[in-house]
Design a protein around this ligand. Structure first.
Ligand SMILES: Cc1ncc(COP(=O)(O)O)c(C=O)c1O
Length: 465
């Protein structure tokens, strides 16, 4: 047999068998770190091994430590599954192994990103003419977009960041919602803006930035300013009031960045689109393909309404690089912090083609409806409190009004294995977080998981009584 066919046949057969087994396996990993080290570790091999054997051994040793993220009952963090067409396109991405930094090293990869950019823009209702960079995740999308913001606001006050750097530059004010995601702070840190330079703006009980507090913070102050709002809080799923925030910034010259890691996808679904009203008024946006679009890791996207500033912040050139006239085609390294890079457009392109606009809207609405059903099923039980307004796909649950019971219930659910979810602290109270982000989640998965959660809570309450 052709050795490549044997190797890839084995891998594809295993992939189908693994994905087919997800419904029947515990969702969390049961392996201990010691077991995984014992099975995967060992001395540096001196000689090579047969490829088929390497893959067979890898499967046998790694599988016990693989979590059922691609299945329908993984509700941890905010983690999407992988649509079959997107997964297959991801395999092709590795098969083709294009260096998607330059047009010349992968013309199809460059054009697919160009096409996907336009499809995404339309799906997410962003303004015409935005630029985009396809990056590893929302973290790097923030870095990309905020680098463009930093360049733009400094240029407006006459500071040449590219030549003079940040040392000695006019101070940039950065205002962020009290509940912004931690990746905003880290992106700012990468860009030379430290924790003490970030000004948190008060939020309401759901976590929504208060526009009147933003207005007060902006009053009288001028100079280079960046404001970070969010569409979809990682815990409550709430949305900052983007129209009111944009109104508050009107005429101030401040740059508005929107963290829409998963919440931006509300724009794609008619029943949820109102949540992102005003989103088109921002200057930059960061989102993920690996959350509600259900593209495999890693997939983030930065959009920018000022392509000139975006390109200035990211582009690079060297005599040995064969760069393409930007009016003719797109060299991706001009739009991302990376140089050599994976052709991330293929899986996004395949996901959009596989579902179409209507299929994506249906998937997003399904996730949100499942989250609402979790809220109903759990909230109907005495002693169980839903802490947030379930506006999108996130549910925060607290048991018996008690931190210890809530944390023990989360641990019991993780251990039991029907589903997997994790915890947080919301407004000073321990809470269980349920995030419904997978195309695979069915109504039955929700019923099964809610039953498992309530049984775990009953067992915990009984044992702590
Ligand atoms: C609101 C928000 N922003 C940013 C991120 C970071 O995204 P990533 O892990 O893709 O970098 C997340 C992750 O859950 C998020 O929920």
């Amino acid at each position: 047999m052709d050795p490549l066919k044997e190797l890839f046949g084995l891998t594809a057969d295993y992939a189908a068998q693994f994905l087919g087994s997800l419904d029947d396996r515990p969702v969390g990993s049961k392996a201990t770190v010691e077991e995984l080290r014992a099975d995967l570790g060992g001395p540096l091999p001196m000689q090579g091994s047969d490829d088929v054997q390497v893959i067979a051994d890898l499967i046998a040793a790694a599988e016990p430590g693989v979590t059922a993220i691609p299945g329908g009952r993984y509700f941890g963090f905010v983690i999407g599954g992988a649509l079959p067409a997107a997964l297959a396109a991801d395999w092709l991405t590795s098969t083709w192994d294009q260096n998607a930094g330059l047009y010349v090293t992968g013309p199809s990869a460059a054009v697919v990103e160009e096409v996907a950019l336009e499809w995404l823009r339309e799906l997410l209702h962003l303004p015409e003419g935005v630029s985009a960079g396809f990056v590893t995740g929302c973290q790097m999308a923030h870095v990309t977009a905020l680098a463009a913001a930093r360049h733009h606001v400094l240029e407006k006050v006459g500071w040449d960041l590219l030549s003079d750097g940040l040392q000695g530059a006019p101070r940039i004010r950065v205002l962020v919602g009290e509940h912004r995601h931690v990746t905003i702070d880290r992106a700012l840190r990468y860009l030379g803006i430290g924790a003490r330079q970030i000004e948190p703006v008060a939020a309401d009980e759901q976590g929504r930035l208060r526009p009147e507090a933003l207005r007060a913070a902006l009053a009288g102050a001028g100079g280079p300013t960046i404001v970070c709002a969010q569409a979809g809080d990682v815990n409550s799923g709430c949305f900052d009031p983007l129209n009111e925030i944009a109104d508050a910034l009107d005429g101030s010259g401040a740059w508005l960045h929107v963290d829409g890691a998963f919440g931006l996808w509300a724009s794609t679904a008619p029943r949820f689109r109102h949540l992102t009203a005003g989103v088109e008024r921002a200057d930059s946006w960061a989102t993920d393909g690996h959350k509600l679009l259900n593209v495999p890791y890693d997939s983030g996207i930065a959009f920018c309404a000022h392509p000139g500033s975006h390109r200035a912040a990211m582009s690079v050139s060297a005599s040995y690089l064969e760069q393409t006239d930007p009016d003719a085609a797109r060299d991706q390294l001009d739009w991302t912090p990376e140089f050599s890079r994976r052709a991330r457009g293929f899986p996004i392109y395949a996901a959009i083609r596989a579902l179409g606009r209507e299929g994506i809207a249906a998937m997003v609405e399904r996730c949100c409806d499942h989250a609402a059903r979790f809220g109903e099923l759990l909230g109907a039980e005495p002693g169980v409190e839903i802490l947030n307004e379930v506006v999108l796909n996130q549910v925060l649950v607290r048991f018996r009004g008690d931190d210890e019971v809530t944390r023990a219930t989360i641990a019991a659910v993780q251990d039991e294995g029907t589903c997997w979810l994790s915890g947080t602290v919301w407004q000073g109270k321990a809470a269980m977080r349920i995030s419904v982000s997978s195309w695979q989640t069915s109504a039955e998965d929700v019923e099964r998981s809610a039953t498992a959660i309530l049984e775990a809570a009953a067992a915990v309450s009984g044992s702590l009584r």
